[in-house]
Structure formats: C-alpha cells, structure tokens
Design a protein around this ligand. Structure first.
Ligand code: ADP
Length: 668
C-alpha cells in the first residue's frame, strides 16, 4: 500500500489472492499456521468465485505491507451471499488471531453487525500474511478491497444516498401499484408490490444495511430473515413473471411449471422459517437461475414466434435484468470485459433500480392496457344496456298494443254478450207474455165455453123432460146432445187440468180431506140415463183421502167415459172402490175390445190415440188422469186387459197414510 491508496478509490485485492479449499470445513487457523508454507494455496487471477460448498469452507491468503505511520486501513469484503467471514491477522507474537469485525458505519456504537463486512487492519511495513475463512450455502463470490478510513466513510455516505434512492423509489412504486390494484383489481399489481418490498429488503442486505435497518432484532434473527427474504423473493418473482407474461393465456404447461416452481420455493420457505435455509439455499439459487432462463425463453418465444408485441416493454425490462445478472455471473467467473471491479453491492443496487424502473414501466403499460380494456368493456356494457333498454321499450310497446287489441276485442265480446243477454231477456219476456196471454185466453175460452154448454145441457134436460117418454126419437137426439156436451165438457176440463199441471198450480187451492165415495156419487149423478143404466157402482167403506175433489172427479170421469166410449153400446161398466192397507183403489172395468200389448204404455202419453179408433177423442184423458193421480201421491195403471174388457186402476193414499208420507210419494 502507498500512503495515498484507499482514499479516493479502494485498492482491489483481485489478482493478489490465493485460495485453499477445505471441503470438510474442519481446518483451523492453527492447522494452517503450524503447517506454514507447506500448505498449498492456489493463486487466482481475479476476484473469488467459488460457488457453493455445503459444509466446506474457502481459505484465502494474501499479503500486505504499508508505510508504518498509516494504521487506519480497512479491509472491506463485498459479501452479498456469504454467510460466515473470519479474518485472521498476525497478533505480533508470531501467531494468527481472529480480527473482530468493525461496524458497517464506523462511527456507530459498539455491538456486532449481523452482516459485518469491514475489518480494521493494521498493516506493517514488511509484507505480512492474512487469512480469511469464508463459508456460504449458496455462492462465495466476493471482491476484497482495502480502504483508508476517510475514503471508506465517503464511500459509505454515497452508499447511504444510493440506498435512500432505492428504498424511496421502491416505496413510491409500491404505492403506485397498490393504487393500480385498488383501481383495476388485478392481482399482478399486488404481487408486484410484494416483489418490490422484498427487493428492497434484498438491497438492504446486499449493501450491508440490514443491521442498521433491523437493529431492533437479534443478529441471529437478522441472519435467519435473509433466507426467508430470498425464498419470498423467488416466490413473488415467478408469480409476478407468470402474470406479467400471462402464461395461463398462452401455455397451460408453462403456467403449470411456474406454479410448480412457486410451490418448491414455498417448501424452501418452510425450511427458512425453521432456520434451515442453509440446507436448501443452493437449490433455491439454482432454481431461480433455471426459472429465469425459462421465463426469458418464453418471453422470446412470445415476441418472436407468437408476435405478441404487447409484451415488448415487459420483455425488454426483464431481459435487461437477465443481462445484468449475466454480466455479474461473468464477473464472478473472473471474466470481466467491462472492467467492473469495485462495488458489487452498488452494481446490484444499480441493477435493482434499472430493473424496477423498467418493470414498473411495463407494469404501468399493463395498467394502461387494462384501463383501456376496462373502459372498452364499460362502453360495451353501456351499449349493451342501451340496446337491451331499446329492445325492452319495443317489447313493452308491442305488448301494450297487443293488450289494447285484446282489450278492445274483449270489450267487443262483452258488448256482444250484453246485447245477446238483452235479446234473450226480451224474448223471454215476450215468451212469458205469450204464455200469460195463452193462459188468459184459455181461461177466457173455458169460461165462455162452460156457461153456454151448461145452458145447452140444462135445456136438453128440460126438453127431454117436457117432451115425455113417448117421444123416443126426440129423446134419442137429446141423449146425443147430452153426450156431445159431456164430451166437450170433459175436453175443456182436461185442457184446464192440463194447464193447471203445467203451471204448477195443481192442488194448491182445492186441497182438503174428503171421502172418495162422494166423488163416485157425483160421477154417478152426472151420468145421463142411458149411461147410468150401463154403469154399476160398487161402493165400500169410508175412503178418506186428501186432495182436490174436482181434479179427482175429472180423473174418474175420464176413466168412466173411456169405459163407456170403448165398450159396445150396451156393454157394462163396473166402478169398484175398495181399500187395502194404505190405499184407496178404484177399479174401472169395461167390456170393450181390450188394448194391445204394444199400446199399453203408449196410451198414457199426451195426445196418443190407438190407430183406427172410431170414437172421437183428444188423447189427453189418460195422460191427465195419471198426472192427477201421481200429484196426489197415487197412480193410474192398466191393471188388466184382454179381448173381453180392460180394467184401469186408480190408487190414492188413505188420509192416515198420507199423514205419514210426503204428498208426492208414489205408491209401492
Ligand atoms: P181419448 O180422448 O182418445 O179417449 P184417452 O187418453 O182417454 O183419449 O185414451 C187414449 C186411448 O186409449 C184411446 O184413444 C183409446 O184408444 C184407448 N182407450 C182408453 N180407454 C180405453 C178403454 N177403456 N178400452 C179400450 N181402449 C181404451
């Protein structure tokens, strides 16, 4: 060393170093000291790049001399990845002893740095040997520099600025990415924010600030955090790159590989958390290198073969980082085309800054693209919503028109029905009117018929009486008149009774309890002489019934008149009244020709008359008589009929039986 060395710039020991490998890691300084120059240290032309040795250590020997009045020398070891550093120097008594590490900031209070890299060394005027023992689970790559105190202090001040800029930029970018995340809700930004945070921590470690920044933690904890930070960096880096180049969109295989790498790093993280980062550190760094090469190839593939130029900025940013790493790797191997041999830490910090600026630009570009997509999507959604609204309006109009149409037709239909109902009511009213007029007419006609017929009948009686019994011809004529009148009377009575039946007025006015024998008596009294001679009445005990005597007389008259009418002129007719348990039975038997089997049911129908009948008639008598009997709770049947005569049976419930049963009950 010369008096001016190490003030403006450090003196690099690259090229003046010799190394010895200790694969078992068991060699002690005493062993080296005792064997002296017998142990073969191998000179190396560059900085130290020995790579990973799991348990082993690397010993370094170098020789220094300086003007004696300078004892402010400092040995700086750039040790981004080295875990254990011990410097041995001559103790002046012919032995070597470990030199205690100085603080990173020389003026800092006493206490050890967790990641110390500076040793105060006194350099005698005669060349003297120094030994350094290095151990690392990842890579032993370092350069050794000699400073004087004033030069080193300036150097650290500049470093303070650099780390300040790096940390400041990182926080600004983290903030920006959190904003992007809140705005666009894309995981890329939150992952990038995490990656930035971890990158900042790595820079802090690389530049030797970990003890300062994490001074509140035990040195052992600070060392353990290093492993955790490296694993987290690897995890976030691969996740971030996967999102940046959108592996999942382009290749499921690439996406799976990235997820697998992330998973392996998670496993390493578990080791690191348990304090065993040393066991997996080698794999973590190799995995990181391989995965970076893989991503670089994938990015090139996207650009060159797929022509996905939207990844250009991302790829440039990423590839620049790869280039930087490659330069460093070259430097580690001793090949130093750019003549960089100063501060590895500064190189890394510069790399981190470039990397952050470019990647942030890429991320911002992504944010811009995402924002554009978002606003496009918004426009599309708004357009769709408008379209849907228009569609809806048209549909509503159509539906309204349809509804109005069906309303109109419904109204039309209602009007039509209303009109129909009105017409129906009118025609019902006119039918009722016609019916009422018909009834009025029948009542009037019957009344008008009855009176003159009664007069004719009375006059015929008088005539027959005044002419006397000798005038037989006249008597015969009168008898004919009377029979004709009788027939007309019967016809009218039947029409009236029929009317009563259809209008439901039956029984209501004339209902009373009476002896049916009275009816027989009246019927007998109403017969003309000739008829009276032919009819034999067989009366019995009292036969009380409830009912309308007039109607029942009409029924009985019908049966008697039929018997007389359809029997030979002198044929006998028997009217026999009897009583069984609950009924009064009147059998009217004649000596007529009888009724054929086919006609036996038909003769009770309205207006039915047996064909080829000489005697006149209306076909109403039997129908009316049966209806009258049934209205009284009785019945009328053809009890017997053969060639020598027929018997019609009218049965009516006795009054005591009727008291027990309803008036409309039919006999059994
Ligand atoms: P009509 O006014 O024709 O006598 P009826 O309803 O009283 O009407 O009788 C219906 C038909 O039944 C008659 O046309 C007749 O052919 C037949 N008939 C009614 N009573 C007798 C009877 N006693 N003997 C034979 N035939 C009868």
């Amino acid at each position: 060393m010369k008096a001016a060395d190490g003030i403006k710039a450090p003196v690099s020991l690259s090229g003046a170093l010799a190394i010895l490998r200790d694969p078992a890691g068991t060699l002690k300084i005493d062993d080296i000291e005792s064997r002296g120059r017998d142990i073969q240290f191998r000179p190396i032309p560059s900085m130290i790049t020995e790579g990973y040795q799991k348990k082993g250590a690397i010993w370094i020997r170098f020789s220094l001399s300086a003007p004696t009045d300078f004892d402010q020398w400092l040995l700086q070891i750039e040790r981004p990845l080295i875990e254990h550093v011990t410097l041995y120097a001559s103790d002046g008594a012919g032995h070597f002893a470990a030199v205690p590490p100085s603080r990173f900031h020389l003026e800092a209070e006493d206490g050890a740095d967790a990641y110390s890299a500076v040793f105060r060394v006194s350099i005698p005027s005669t060349p003297t040997d120094y030994y350094i023992r290095l151990q690392s689970s990842t890579s032993i790559t370092t350069s050794l520099n000699i400073w004087q105190k004033t030069g080193y202090t300036k150097y650290i001040k500049v470093n303070d600025w650099i780390i300040g800029v790096v940390i400041g930029s990182i926080f600004a970018m983290i903030f920006a990415n959190l904003l992007y995340y809140v705005w666009l809700r894309e995981n890329l930004f939150i992952i990038y924010a995490a990656l930035l945070l971890v990158s900042g921590l790595i820079s802090i470690y690389h530049m030797g600030y970990s003890s300062d920044v994490l001074s509140f933690l035990e040195p052992e904890v600070v060392r353990r955090i290093w492993g955790i930070v490296v694993c987290l960096y690897s995890i976030f880096l691969i996740l971030f790159l996967e999102k940046l180049f959108e592996f999942h969109r382009h290749s499921i295989l690439a996406w799976r590989i990235s997820q697998g790498v992330a998973l392996l790093n998670v496993v390493a993280l578990i080791f690191a958390l348990a304090g065993h980062y040393g066991d997996v550190g080698f794999f973590v760094s190799r995995l990181q290198q391989i995965s970076l090469i893989f991503v670089a190839l994938f990015a090139l593939h996207l650009l060159v073969f797929r022509r996905e130029y939207q990844y250009l900025l991302s790829a440039v940013a990423f590839l620049s980082v790869i280039c930087l790493l490659s330069v460093m790797q070259l430097q580690y191997t001793g090949f130093n085309p750019l003549r960089i041999d100063g501060s590895l830490a500064r190189l890394l910090a510069a790399g981190t800054l470039i990397h952050l600026v470019l990647l942030s630009a890429a991320v911002a570009k992504r944010a811009q693209l995402a924002e554009r997509n978002l606003s496009k999507e918004k426009d599309r959604v708004i357009a769709m919503a408008r379209f849907a609204e228009q569609e809806l309006t048209i549909k509503v109009q159509e539906r309204t028109a349809e509804l109005a149409e069906s309303n109109a037709s419904l109204k039309e239909e209602m009007d039509r029905r209303h009109l129909l109902e009105l017409k129906l009511r009118q025609s019902l009213a006119s039918v009722n009117d016609a019916l009422a007029r018909k009834q009025d007419f029948i009542a009037l006609a019957s009344h008008e018929f009855r009176a003159p017929l009664a007069v004719i009948a009375a006059t015929a009686d008088n005539l027959s009486f005044s002419v006397g019994k000798d005038a037989s011809n006249l008597g015969l004529s009168v008898a004919k008149i009377r029979r004709a009148v009788k027939r007309m009377s019967m016809l009218i009575e039947n029409i009236l009774a029929g009317e009563q039946l259809t209008t439901g007025q039956m029984l209501s006015p004339g209902i009373e309890a009476f002896d049916l024998n009275e009816i027989l008596y009246n019927a007998k009294a109403g017969l003309d002489d000739e008829s009276a001679r032919r009819v034999r009445f067989i009366s019995g005990e009292d036969a009380m019934v409830n009912g309308d005597p007039n109607l029942l007389e009409i029924a009985l008259q019908n049966l008697i008149q039929n018997a007389l009418k359809y029997s030979p002129e002198d044929g006998l007719v028997t009217v026999d009244i009897s009583i069984n348990e609950e009924h009064v039975v009147i059998d009217v038997s004649d000596s007529g020709p009888g009724i054929s089997i086919e006609d036996r049911d038909l003769i009770f129908q309205k207006y039915y008359r047996v064909a080829g009948q000489k005697a006149g008639g209306s076909g109403l008598g039997l129908y009316i008589s049966r209806e009258i009997a049934r209205e009284h709770g009785g019945d009328l049947v053809l009890a017997d009929s053969n060639q020598s005569g027929s018997t019609f049976r009218l049965s009516l419930p006795l009054e005591r039986a009727r008291a027990d049963n309803s008036i409309s009950d039919r006999p059994v």
